[in-house]
Design a protein around this ligand. Structure first.
Ligand code: PGA
Length: 252
């Protein structure tokens, strides 16, 4: 069993209706033949635009966040449920991005709940984990990552053994800073994460794609993606420029 290679663009809170159409057009007009599964995650208000424009293309669409509550509908002002995203046509949702943990107080437990919501609606959760600079300097990287990963895996595997999830390792100090982890640094962490998956089951370790994120650019993508345990990339800044995003797809 081999892992699928995913190239995922996380557009964060960027764009307007004009630039969104332009970015999508840039991607579809130059899209190369690739073995990778390619996805973009626009802001919620542009999901429909992306789904419509990518309808006949090999690029799928995911959301950046989801409501943690069990209900498909309910009195949760401002929230969007997993079933709403699924109904729209989304195939995946990013959960637990460090910006949500940092600015919106998302805990490991909440991230686990959101992951379950995504799985229950048959979408693919892209579960983000990562250590801060402070934690890395205090030699807590592996401890922090293990807690973040186990919290999600424990609750997922309690409910279903066949779940498919994507893990994205994104060191917080590398996000949006231009300071990517080196391929060796990233590989060391990815191998560690794979070893935790292996403790749960050999099948889980073999099928789970572990993406790297944090200042992935066309010039470092190839070396990162060449690492044995790096099965793709989650891309912020460089996914907002279609040429750069395409170049990263080509690096696979
Ligand atoms: P970046 O963001 O590529 O701009 O560093 C990555 C992310 O936050 O997913």
């Amino acid at each position: 069993m081999t892992q699928t290679t995913y190239i995922v663009g996380n557009w964060k809170m960027h764009g307007d209706s004009t630039s969104t159409v332009e970015l999508l057009t840039g991607i579809t007009s130059a899209f190369p033949a690739t073995s990778a599964a390619v996805m973009v995650c626009p802001p919620n208000v542009f999901l429909q635009t992306a789904l419509t424009q990518l309808n006949d293309h090999a690029v799928s669409v995911g959301a950046q966040n989801v409501c943690a509550q069990e209900q498909n509908q309910g009195a949760y002002t401002g929230e969007v449920s997993a079933s709403m995203l699924k109904g729209l046509g989304c195939s995946a949702v990013i959960v637990g991005h460090s910006e949500r943990r940092q600015y919106y107080g998302e805990t490991n437990e909440l991230v686990a709940q959101k992951t379950m919501q995504v799985l229950q609606t048959n979408m693919l959760p892209i579960v983000c984990i990562g250590e801060s600079l402070e934690q890395r300097e205090a030699n807590k990287t592996f401890e922090v990552l293990e807690q973040q990963l186990r919290c999600v895996l424990d609750s997922v595997l309690e409910q279903t053994q066949s779940a498919e999830i994507i893990i994205a390792y994104e060191p917080v100090w590398a996000i949006g800073t231009g300071l990517s982890a080196s391929p060796e640094q990233a590989q060391e962490v990815h191998a560690f994460l794979r070893s935790i998956l292996q403790e749960y089951s050999a099948e889980l370790a073999a099928k789970t794609s572990i993406l790297y994120g944090g200042s992935v650019k066309p010039d470092n993508a190839k070396a990162l993606l060449a690492q044995q345990d790096i099965n793709g990339a989650l891309i912020g800044g460089a996914s907002l420029k279609s040429e750069q995003f395409i170049q990263i797809v080509e690096a696979v």
